[in-house]
Design a protein around this ligand. Structure first.
Ligand SMILES: NC(=O)c1ccc[n+]([C@@H]2O[C@H](COP(=O)([O-])OP(=O)(O)OC[C@H]3O[C@@H](n4cnc5c(N)ncnc54)[C@H](OP(=O)(O)O)[C@@H]3O)[C@@H](O)[C@H]2O)c1
Length: 238
């Protein structure tokens, strides 16, 4: 009997995360939307259910270790598996000034909060989910990074966000290295500049395009890559 794969998408209640959840569900995979506000998560899941695909919700605040543990345990109890983890949830709180925000005005608290969500959140989820993936000898982990985290193109603006995404890229490489001998593939992705609450109304891409490469990485075949950084399904420099 074919295995029904189960995917967890953090921050799946809106933006790119919701579209990733939708596109994963359309591939016949049971998607669980991780949302810190369960009602918002349920409203998001309903839009997928209305299309005729199953979608579930779990309460998930990635800054809270207890919440991460409880969410992962709940999915494991419901389904006995988590095959795909999309570390999508993140915050961008640099400012004011956006691209002009200077490192010299960055408050330690802003950097700390950013790292708590954008780096430690994915670390917590990865640590909680990988033992379940190992038990089932299958896993795909996708870390939503950003061109803003590329050391090869590092520049000014959004300093806390940039540093957090560079650290997320390091987390991706380390996780992939530790899991190299397993069937768990770990990759980072830049979705491009996408029209969401974070990306803003001026962004060039709709969520449908932004979600394509994350979903491709979430559903890689056995001979797919691991430990890479991708945009538009092509490797990009770290
Ligand atoms: N948009 C872009 O142009 C762009 C470009 C490059 C990379 N990215 C990356 O793509 C990913 C998605 O971005 P987006 O534009 O869709 O962002 P978004 O519209 O701001 O949505 C962020 C999502 O993360 C959730 N979230 C934030 N903190 C959380 C926490 N502590 N626990 C659980 N969920 C939390 C939010 O939940 P609430 O609704 O509860 O706040 C929301 O669902 C992020 O990793 C982002 O860095 C985006």
């Amino acid at each position: 009997m074919a295995v029904t794969r189960v995917a967890l998408v953090s921050g799946g209640n809106r933006g790119i995360g919701l579209e990733i959840a939708r596109q994963i569900a359309r591939r016949g995979i049971l998607v669980v939307i991780g949302s810190r506000d369960v009602e918002k998560g349920q409203a998001a899941a309903q839009t997928i259910i209305d299309e005729g695909y199953p979608a579930e919700v779990v309460r998930l605040d990635i800054t809270d270790g207890n919440s991460v543990a409880a969410a992962v345990e709940e999915i494991a109890l419901r389904h006995g598996r988590i095959d795909i983890l999309v570390n999508n949830a993140a915050i961008l709180i640099d400012g004011p000034g956006g691209f002009k925000s200077s490192l010299f005005e960055l408050k330690a608290d802003t950097a700390r909060k950013t790292f708590e969500t954008n780096v430690l959140g994915p670390l917590r989820l990865t640590q909680a989910v990988v033992p379940i993936m190992e038990r089932n000898a299958y896993g795909r982990i996708v870390n939503l990074s950003s061109g803003a985290g590329q050391l090869s193109d590092m520049r000014s603006g959004f300093p806390a966000y940039r540093m957090s995404k560079t650290a997320l890229n390091a987390l991706t490489r380390i996780t992939a290295a530790e899991l190299a001998s397993t069937n768990i593939k770990v990759n980072a992705v830049c979705p491009g500049w996408v029209r969401t609450d974070m990306g803003g109304a001026e962004a060039e891409r709709p969520v449908e395009i932004g979600a394509e490469t994350p979903v491709w990485l979430a559903t890689l075949p056995e001979n797919g890559p691991t430990g890479g950084f991708f945009r538009d399904k092509r490797p990009i420099p770290w």
